[in-house]
Design a protein around this ligand. Structure first.
Ligand code: G1P
Length: 267
């Protein structure tokens, strides 16, 4: 199965830090955020990770390219552990496609459609990292138990926060697993069907990719992945796995990025 990581956004929340450095390259500890996300996908047996990049963010591509010269310099100085870390980053099976216009998350995911083909695929948002790497395998278990259905990870949040996220409707069919009946992007509080928000990890059926090809713009004038999920539910079952806050770390705001660095340094 392929994994898609949308990474073409401008990272405006982190300006001026992201004036010349892509948001995805900001470090958590000694690794850029996006390397955690790539490694999480590979730990879940993804055979290829497709980063949906913008053409300006070459630093992401440089990070995942081999650098024989740097490696040799480090080995010459006896710094083999560092050389190994450089070699590792350059050896990960990452490929790139481009999103040339900022038309939304659904559009970004669809930019990888030629590579995902007729197979189910993962989507991993780069704002969150899951250092334990256990979320995608659990989602795959739920999918396998329900005939290959799409499964997304959802997180319970205080209700005043729901309007910043995608929010699901459904019923709990076993502890921690909901059968979904709807999903809505950034609803007003009074319209939110639950307090379970879309966390940023998706295992999606190939039909979602087909629907994205013709998905009309939604909230914010953007082609929303959420809207294609709502559409696919008319044809296929879809499930949500409820995760706990300790399983994932948000790096999407300056405050949460600091908190994530602090939390992982302690761990
Ligand atoms: C995106 C998704 C939203 C999800 C969120 C998680 O929104 O559209 O459904 O809840 O990521 O971070 P964005 O943060 O890009 O506005």
């Amino acid at each position: 199965m392929k994994a898609v990581i949308p990474a073409a956004g401008m990272g405006t929340r982190f300006l001026p830090a992201t004036k010349a450095i892509p948001k995805e390259m900001l470090p958590v500890g000694n690794k850029p955020v996006i390397q955690y996300v790539v490694e999480e996908a590979l730990a879940a047996s993804a055979d290829e990770v497709i980063i949906v990049n913008s053409r300006e963010k070459k630093a992401i591509e440089a990070h995942f390219a081999p650098d024989a010269e740097l490696e040799a310099t480090l080995r010459g100085k006896g710094k083999d552990a560092l050389a190994d870390s450089v070699a590792h980053a350059g050896s990960l099976p990452v490929s790139f496609v481009y999103q040339d216009e900022p038309l939304g998350l659904g559009h970004a995911a669809h930019c990888a459609s030629e590579k995902t083909g007729n197979d189910a695929f993962y989507v991993l948002l780069g704002d969150v990292i899951v250092p334990g790497n256990e979320m995608l395998p659990r989602m795959k278990e739920v999918s396998d138990a329900h005939g290959g259905a799409s499964v997304i990870a959802v997180l319970p949040v205080p209700e005043e926060e729901v309007s910043r996220f995608g929010v699901i409707a459904g019923v709990e069919v076993e502890p921690g697993v909901w059968k979904m009946s709807g999903i809505v992007e950034k609803p007003a509080l009074e319209d939110a069907p639950s307090n379970l928000i879309v966390f940023g990890r998706y295992l999606l059926s190939p039909r979602v990719m087909e629907l994205l090809a013709n998905q009309a713009p939604g909230v914010g004038g953007e082609i929303q992945l959420t809207d294609a999920l709502e559409a696919v539910m008319a044809e296929e079952e879809m499930y949500a796995l409820v995760i706990s806050p300790s399983e994932g770390y948000d790096t999407g705001t300056v405050e949460s990025w600091f908190a994530t660095n602090a939390a992982l340094m302690q761990g």
